[in-house]
Design a protein around this ligand. Sequence first.
Ligand code: PLP
Length: 480
Amino acid sequence: MSNSTHWRDQIVTIDDRGREALRSAAVLAINSLQRPLLRPRSQLSPQQVREFIWSRAICTEDGEDLASVLEDFGENVWANSVIPSDPFAVAHLHPPTLLPSVVTDLTVSASNQTMDSWDQSPAATEVELHLMSWLANMIGFSTTGSGVMTSGGTASNVLAMTLARSKAAAQSGHDVLRAGLPSSANRWRILCSDQAHFSIQRAAAQLGLGRDAVILVPTNASGAMDLAALDVTRGDIKSDGLEIIAIVGTAGTTDIGAVDPLGDIALRAREDGAWFHVDAAVAGAFLLSNNLRTQLDGLSSADSVTIDFHKLWWQPFNASALVLRDQADFDLLRVTSDYLDRGDELEGMINLVGRSLDTSRRFDAAKVVATLRTLGRVALGEMVDRVVEITNYAASSIEADPVLYLVAPSSSVMCVFSARGAREDDLRRVQQQLLARGEMVLGRTIIKGQPALKFTFMNPLSSESDVDKLIVSVVKELAL
Ligand SMILES: Cc1ncc(COP(=O)(O)O)c(C=O)c1O
């Protein structure tokens, strides 16, 4: 610790002294936020970034002055970071954030509630429950609907698959939490589309079912699950003596933004006695929009829904939710503990650890609620409409371009495209060179075997002229 600083001054207290210390430190932190010289990232090579970062000691014997630590962060970390609010940062579902959420995050850290037990987060527990109940209502669930905040879409999907697995076991009278998988588990299958997020396979792998238990159903030209193919797959599975324990629909696929036919899938899941999960990590935000909401018809028939607030709800990482149609299903997960969730709490106290795979957990609901209250649904819906509008503009510009063409129809906030005569190496070079020079963070993927470049529009402030510039830059780079 530097001579001028004592550890006593570093403890955040909620009193006049603590608030004043926090205010001064927050000003220093805000002033340290720096843009790279070239947007949307600096032109430093991976080796140079490493050298810069590793040249600073992680921990010195006597500490440093906070002002100089923050200044150094500004010069080394923030100046060499990606700027998600830059219109040329278009690779991923990586959004700029909103003022209410960012400042609320500071108070969340300062007050440091943890969501595992009521006695560590009395009001925060009710805030999260209130938010989950609002979200369940937006989805169209009845009053039995509720959820839990998780660290991301992957965690929400893994939690959903965990519940689906436990439910399948419970239906055959087996307690999977106590006894592990029953012998019949090697016949269990999970169905999702060939465009579903890889976290579904990851979940199956982690749950002991194995990745091969996930059967990928072919998609149509728009990237949505093909119902005829789904029926063929279901027929094959049953005639092989296997059991479908879950069907996963995706609302907004990662690369194409496609929304599966949720209502039709729900009917089939019901018929098969399978859990119906919808991964709405991307298009869940359509719930906010008067224009796009109908694309989610059928969502209310799901048993569970993943919603990622840290995508098109513009929240800082981490913020996701898994919402259940019937919150009683969380009992499939519950493990009591002598010190935390004893089961003999005062009336009305809820320990959210019973709903989560985490124990200690951040109060991420606060920033979401601060955002919803400040902006309101209409403004947030307009923001979602705007990014979809920009995406549609980019798609028609690509279609009209003599060099570029769309690899799949564009929907939600993604455009996947290639160039006439371009090989995979050409696309790789374009993406890597633009990134290396810090000029553009461009996406690259493979759609049904075809290499493609990808724009993902997460910034409602992006303009049509930004899109024109993006396309010009890509075409120019292709010609080099
Ligand atoms: C459809 C979908 N589901 C899940 C995820 C995983 O989300 P996270 O990165 O928050 O774990 C993504 C990530 O892009 C996604 O596109």
